[in-house]
Write a protein that binds this ligand. Structure first.
Ligand SMILES: Nc1ncnc2c1ncn2[C@@H]1O[C@H](COP(=O)(O)OP(=O)(O)OP(=O)(O)O)[C@@H](O)[C@H]1O
Ligand SMILES: [Mg+2]
Length: 296
């Protein structure tokens, strides 16, 4: 199947029902308000990107959706019904799978074993029930190939794979176990250009399989390569929510950087010898992007 990166995802605004929806949702930890008034919809076969600087509330947002934390304001709906998960298991049962940056893998175990970790295939009647190793190997091999992931040897410890390959295995695993919504928390943060490309490719593959993807990232370039919708968080509130055809990569970059801050940075960098600021947008353009002038 085709697993090339779609640089121009479907631009039509989805008219189908969202699988997951937040309506003016917020979360307070005691008297710290980590998130406030955030609205977001996740549609099947679409990639929703959540961008924001450190402490913006991205992890808090996905913790609500993945059942680790509960919202304290607004609504959280799955299939149009209000929900309040108390454990990640409940989110999984609704088909919401989360791939955390520090992947929960056992580095010394083979790839195929990690693929089935916690959901092993067994054979034979109780009490002679045992792991169906052959079937697990075969299935993991097929599923990885279906996603276009080619590994030399599924017996190799998963710890020997590159970061991008490990993220890819985790994505294929979520697809295989029937996820409808796939949440990826900064999957490209620790990766180089090529490895990031690998992960973006499988994000596109998951989307093409009809999953609704929530892609958390700091990187507007990565977001723009696969995103259908972009939500930028700043200090716990949503400062931009725009469909792909409503925002350019340049605007998105400005929102992420905070136009004024980036302009100041550009000015500073220009004083440093050997730093090329030519590629950065013009200072006027940067400062023009104030929170008042945002799309919503
Ligand atoms: N368990 C907690 N108790 C108290 N405050 C918290 C808790 N978790 C997060 N916060 C606060 O909520 C705010 C948002 O944090 P969050 O981790 O969601 O940000 P983030 O966008 O994921 O940041 P990063 O890019 O650094 O991962 C921060 O000010 C953080 O200190
Ligand atoms: Mg975080």
């Amino acid at each position: 199947m085709a697993t090339t990166i779609e640089t121009t995802p479907d631009e039509t605004v989805p008219d189908g029902e969202p699988v997951v929806e937040l309506k003016a949702t917020g979360k307070a930890y005691g008297n710290i308000r980590a998130l406030h008034g955030v609205s977001l919809a996740v549609h099947p076969g679409k990639v929703t990107c959540v961008l924001g600087d450190n402490g913006a509330g991205k992890s808090t947002l996905i913790k609500i959706i993945s059942g680790l934390h509960q919202h304290t304001e607004g609504e959280f709906l799955v299939d149009n019904a209000p929900v309040r998960f108390t454990t990640p298991r409940e989110a999984l049962d609704k088909g919401i799978a989360t791939v955390y940056q520090d992947l929960a893998v056992v580095p010394l175990m083979p790839v195929w074993r990690n693929f089935f970790l916690g959901s092993e295939m067994t054979k034979g009647p109780w009490p002679l029930r045992r792991l169906d190793i052959e079937k697990m190997k075969k299935t993991a091999d097929e599923e990885l190939r279906n996603m276009g992931i080619v590994l030399d040897d599924l017996n190799q410890p998963i710890g020997t794979l590159s970061g991008g390959q490990r993220q890819s295995v985790a994505i294929a695993r979520a697809v295989f176990f029937g996820a409808r919504v796939l949440i990826l928390d900064e999957p490209t943060a620790a990766l180089g250009v090529k490895q990031s490309g690998v992960v973006l490719k499988y994000i596109a593959a998951a989307r093409d399989r009809g999953l609704g993807v929530i892609f958390i990232t700091h990187n507007p370039h990565h977001a723009y390569m696969v995103g259908d919708h972009f939500s930028v968080l700043r200090l716990g509130t949503m400062e931009l929510s725009a469909a792909r055809d409503q925002v350019s990569l340049e605007e998105l970059t400005n929102h992420m950087a905070g136009g004024t801050e980036l302009a100041a940075l550009k000015h500073e960098l220009a004083q440093v010898r050997g730093v090329d600021v030519e590629e950065l947008p013009e200072e006027e353009d940067l400062t023009a992007t104030t929170p008042e002038g945002t799309h919503s």
